[in-house]
Design a protein around this ligand. Structure first.
Ligand SMILES: Cc1cc2nc3c(=O)[nH]c(=O)nc-3n(C[C@H](O)[C@H](O)[C@H](O)COP(=O)(O)OP(=O)(O)OC[C@H]3O[C@@H](n4cnc5c(N)ncnc54)[C@H](O)[C@@H]3O)c2cc1C
Length: 458
C-alpha cells in the first residue's frame, strides 16, 4: 500500500492532487521521473507555474501540490543504491519509502534513525519536512542523520549538499522549495531485534502526564502519549503513555530468538471509499476515547510489540483518512517551549471545552532544535490532533489557538498545515527571511513552487 494514495489518476497526466487531510485538492501535471535525467528534464520544462517534488503524499495539507503547475511524483526513483552493513549507512534514491528501507535493513540489523507515525513516507519527504519521531528528545529530526544529499536545483544543476552548509539547512525542512532531492546518504541505528520493549501507563490528567514525561522521558529512547482531548474537568488531559526501546536479543523468548529480525507488519481491510459525513462526531469519538483509556493498563512494563504496532498502528488500515468523509480533516500540530506549560494547559482546556472530536491526539516532548531553517521542532511540548474539517467555525477557533501558540513563542508544523495565515507563520519562524533570500538567489524565477509556498509566501 505504499502507493501515492492522494493522487487520483495515473502519473504523467493532469490529476487531482491532495494532501493526506484531503481538504484542498488542486489539479497539476503529474510527472513520474524514473531517472535523475528525467527529473532534471521535467524541472527544466516545467513552465510558468513551476514545479514541486512529491513523495507519498503524507503531508496533511498542500505542501506537495501545485495548482496549474507541475508535480514531480518521486516514487519512481526508488532504488536503494548501496548499504554498508558494517557502518550502517544507506545510499538511496529520494523516492524510497521508509517501509522499503525497513524491509531491506531490518534483517541486516539496522533501523531508520527516525520514523514518523507512518512508514509510508519517502526519504525525500522525510528530509523535506525534517520529520521527527517518538525519539526526538534523544535523536533529533531525520535530517540530523543525513550525511549528504544530492539536490537538483532550479537551473538543472545537481549539487552534492553536506550538513553544516546553508543549502543543507534550508533544504532540511524546506518543504521541497530549494530543489528536488534526488538521493541521500543516511546513517542508520543498530538493532538486535525487530521487536520493541514497551512500558505503558495511564496518566489521570494533564498535570499528571506532564510530570511523568518530565521526570522519566530521559529513560526511554521513544516516548509518546495519546491524550483524550474530550475529557473535561478533573480528567482533562487524561492520557496513555507508551514508551520503550528496541528489545535486546536476550529479552526475547527462545522461540522468537530464532528469527529476531523478522519484519512482517500486518494489515486490516482498508476504510471504505465512501463514508457518511459526521460519522466521527463528539459522541462516537467520546465513546472511543473512553474505551481506549479504560482498556489501557494502569501500568505495564516490558511488553514486546512489533515495530508496526508501536510506531505505525494506523498503517494497518489502508486509506484510514477516508473515515472523515468528503470534507476531509485538518491536522493541527504545534509546539510551545518549555516554561510555557500554562499556555499548553490553556490550549488543551480550550480544545476540551470546544469538544473537538479528535481521537488521534498525541503529546510529546521535543529535545534540542535542529539546524534546518524551517525545521519544526524546538525544545518543548508538542501536541498534534486531527479535527474534521466540517466542524462549525473551525477556522476562527484555530486562528485563536494560533494566537496562543504565537504568544507563547511556539510554532506550527508546515507538513501538517493547511490553513495558517502567512503573517502568523512568519512570526513563528525567525529564519524565514534568510530562507526567502536564499531561494531568491538560487531560484530567481520561482521554479520551485507549491500551493503551500504561494499561500504562505515562503
Ligand atoms: C499517519 C501519519 C502520521 C504522521 N506522523 C508524523 C510524525 O510523527 N512526525 C512527523 O514529522 N511527521 C508525521 N507525519 C507527516 C509526514 O511524515 C510528513 O508530511 C512527510 O513529509 C511525508 O513524506 P512524503 O514522502 O509523503 O512527502 P509528501 O507529503 O509527498 O511531501 C511532503 C513535503 O516534502 C517535499 N518533498 C517530498 N519529496 C521530495 C524530494 N524528493 N525532494 C524535495 N522535497 C521533497 C514536498 O515538496 C513537500 O513539501 C505523519 C503523516 C501521517 C499521514
Amino acid at each position: 500500500m505504499a502507493d501515492n494514495t492522494t493522487l487520483t489518476t495515473e502519473a504523467d497526466s493532469f490529476a487531482s492532487v491532495t494532501g493526506w487531510g484531503r481538504t484542498a485538492p488542486t489539479t497539476a501535471l503529474v510527472e513520474r521521473p524514473r531517472t535523475y535525467e528525467e527529473a532534471a528534464a521535467a524541472v527544466r520544462g516545467c513552465g510558468a507555474r513551476g514545479s514541486i517534488a512529491r513523495g507519498l503524499g503524507r503531508a496533511y495539507g498542500d505542501a506537495a501540490q501545485n495548482a496549474g503547475g507541475s508535480v514531480l511524483d518521486m516514487t519512481g526513483l526508488d532504488r536503494i543504491r548501496s548499504v554498508d552493513a558494517d557502518a550502517g549507512i544507506v545510499v538511496c534514491d529520494a523516492g524510497v519509502s521508509l517501509h522499503r528501507l525497513m524491509e531491506v535493513l531490518l534483517p541486516l540489523g539496522w533501523f531508520v534513525p527516525v520514523t514518523p507515525g507512518t512508514r509510508y513516507v519517502t526519504v525525500g519527504g522525510a528530509i523535506g519536512a525534517d520529520i521527527h519521531g517518538k525519539n526526538h528528545h534523544v535523536s533529533g529530526g531525520f535530517s540530523r542523520h543525513v550525511r549528504s544529499l544530492r539536490l537538483l536545483l532550479a537551473d538543472g544543476e545537481v549539487r552534492e549538499v553536506l550538513p553544516g552548509t546553508e543549502l543543507f539547512d534550508a533544504t532540511a525542512g524546506g518543504m521541497g522549495l530549494t530543489g528536488v532531492i534526488l538521493s541521500a546518504t543516511v546513517q542508520l541505528l543498530p538493532v538486535e531485534t525487530s521487536l520493541m520493549s514497551v512500558d505503558t501507563e495511564r496518566a489521570t490528567d494533564l498535570d499528571d502526564l506532564m510530570t511523568r514525561l518530565t521526570e522519566t522521558d530521559h529513560l526511554y529512547r521513544y516516548s509518546v502519549a495519546w491524550i483524550d482531548l474530550l475529557a473535561k474537568g478533573a480528567s482533562m488531559g487524561r492520557s496513555v503513555l507508551t514508551r520503550g526501546d528496541h528489545a535486546p536479543l536476550d529479552e526475547l523468548p527462545a522461540r522468537a530468538r530464532r528469527h529476531p529480525l523478522t519484519f512482517r507488519p500486518g494489515q486490516f481491510p482498508g476504510a471504505p471509499s465512501f463514508v457518511p459525513e459526521g460519522l466521527l462526531g463528539r459522541k462516537s469519538v467520546g465513546l472511543f476515547n473512553e474505551l481506549w483509556y479504560r482498556r489501557a493498563p494502569r501500568s505495564r512494563v516490558g511488553e514486546l510489540q512489533k515495530i508496526s504496532t508501536f510506531f505505525h498502528p494506523l498503517d494497518g488500515v489502508p486509506h484510514w483518512n477516508r473515515i472523515y468523509g468528503r470534507s476531509g480533516f485538518v491536522q493541527y500540530q504545534f509546539v510551545v517551549p518549555y516554561g510555557q506549560e500554562e499556555a499548553l494547559r490553556r490550549i488543551v482546556g480550550r480544545i476540551s471545552r470546544r469538544g473537538c472530536p479528535s481521537f488521534l491526539a498525541v503529546l510529546k516532548r521535543f529535545g534540542d532544535g535542529d539546524p534546518g531553517w524551517l525545521s519544526f521542532p524546538v525544545p518543548g511540548w508538542t501536541l498534534a490532533l486531527d479535527i474534521p474539517a466540517n466542524m462549525p467555525r473551525l477556522g476562527t477557533f484555530l486562528d485563536e489557538l494560533d494566537e496562543e501558540v504565537c504568544a507563547a513563542e511556539g510554532r506550527l508544523y508546515l507538513a501538517k498545515d493547511s490553513r495558517v495565515r502567512p503573517e502568523t507563520l512568519a512570526a513563528m519562524y525567525p529564519k524565514l527571511d534568510a530562507f526567502r533570500a536564499l531561494r531568491a538567489e538560487l531560484d530567481p524565477h520561482g521554479v520551485f513552487t507549491s500551493d503551500l509556498s504561494r499561500r504562505l509566501a515562503l
